[in-house]
Design a binder for this molecule. Structure first.
Ligand code: CP
Length: 312
């Protein structure tokens, strides 16, 4: 049965930004700012979070753990090496088994497209589910922290020109962020990639495609460079070697100068220094990378507060 993630201001799951209205997205950003300055409204000490990461993570996992701790929640982490999945238990059975213990929220990361939505379809409203990244499909909390970072930097989304550089074809980060920006009315969106890493034109995500970095960066106020996904070995034939990629698409200080004056650089992490960007760019005052990481905690607190309010 299809699952309902949102209805009239109530958030039941966060699976994807698609279908979430602009006013709700903005209200999440406002709540994150409020929590940042004033702290959470309530102590959620009776609520329990299970972090289920079937794929590696540093930022997202620890960000959820810290966010939940700051809300007063109990956090339990699932270890794929010692869990019964290592004995062959199916994803379906693992999810159902853990839900029977009646936690409030599952945070799920999985390498398969659609796995998190599948979990929500299995469990319906027994547990609220947050997608912490599934395959190439969606990474909605990353998109929300990126939106928060962009709004903090510019104050608003009006007349924004934003360029995303890198492996657009395999990027759940790009897909979710473009969904969010389009919902907020941003039209001047650009994707920059070699032909082999560019999605089919029929699926260009509402952004204008460029294969030439200089043309694509022209006038962009925000430049987002994506991680070269070295672990996705089956797609390696599409990926230029790292040196060649850096030659054509690596962001250097000089190339950042092709964008708008004072353009800022963002990256979801983890970064490959010397491939997607130089040390000089990563560590410069134009880089918002660590601000993105900080904002991840505030936005995840806001998301969990909304989910817990809907469960009350
Ligand atoms: N941006 C991001 O999802 O990073 P992690 O893989 O470290 O969670």
């Amino acid at each position: 049965m299809p699952v309902q993630q949102y209805d009239q201001g109530q958030l039941y799951h966060l699976l994807d930004l698609q279908g979430l209205p602009a006013d709700f997205l903005l209200s999440l950003l406002d709540l994150a700012e409020h929590i940042k300055t004033k702290g959470p409204a309530t102590d959620y000490r009776k609520a329990q979070l299970l972090n289920l990461f079937f794929e590696n993570s540093t930022r997202t996992r620890f960000s959820f753990e810290l966010a939940a701790s700051r809300l007063g929640m109990r956090v339990l982490n699932f270890d794929t090496r010692s869990a019964s999945t290592a004995k062959g238990e199916s994803f379906h059975d693992t999810i159902n088994t853990l839900a029977a213990m009646r936690p409030d929220i599952f945070v799920i990361r999985h390498s398969e497209n659609g796995a998190v939505e599948q979990a929500a379809e299995i469990l319906q409203n027994r547990v609220s589910i947050i997608n912490a990244g599934d395959g190439h499909h969606a990474h909605p909390t990353q998109a929300l922290l990126d939106l928060l970072t962009i709004r903090q930097h510019r104050g608003h989304f009006d007349n924004l020109r934003l360029a995303i550089v890198g492996d657009i074809l395999h990027s759940r980060v790009a897909r979710s962020l473009l969904n969010g920006l389009r919902a907020l009315g941003v039209e001047d969106l650009r994707i920059i990639a070699p032909d082999s890493l560019m999605p089919d034109p029929s699926n260009s995500l509402g952004a204008k495609p460029f294969t030439d970095l200089r043309e694509g960066l022209d006038g962009a106020e925000v430049v987002i460079t994506l991680r070269v996904q070295v672990e996705r070995k089956k797609d390696h034939s599409l990926m230029p070697p790292p040196d060649e990629y850096h030659q054509k698409y690596g962001i250097t200080m000089e190339r950042l100068g092709w964008a708008a004056p004072n353009a800022v650089l963002m990256h979801p992490g983890p970064i490959n220094r010397g491939v997607e960007l130089t040390d000089e760019v990563a560590d410069s005052s134009r880089s918002l990378i660590l601000k993105q990481v900080e904002n991840g905690v505030w936005i995840r607190m806001a998301i969990m507060q909304k989910l817990l309010e809907a469960r009350a």
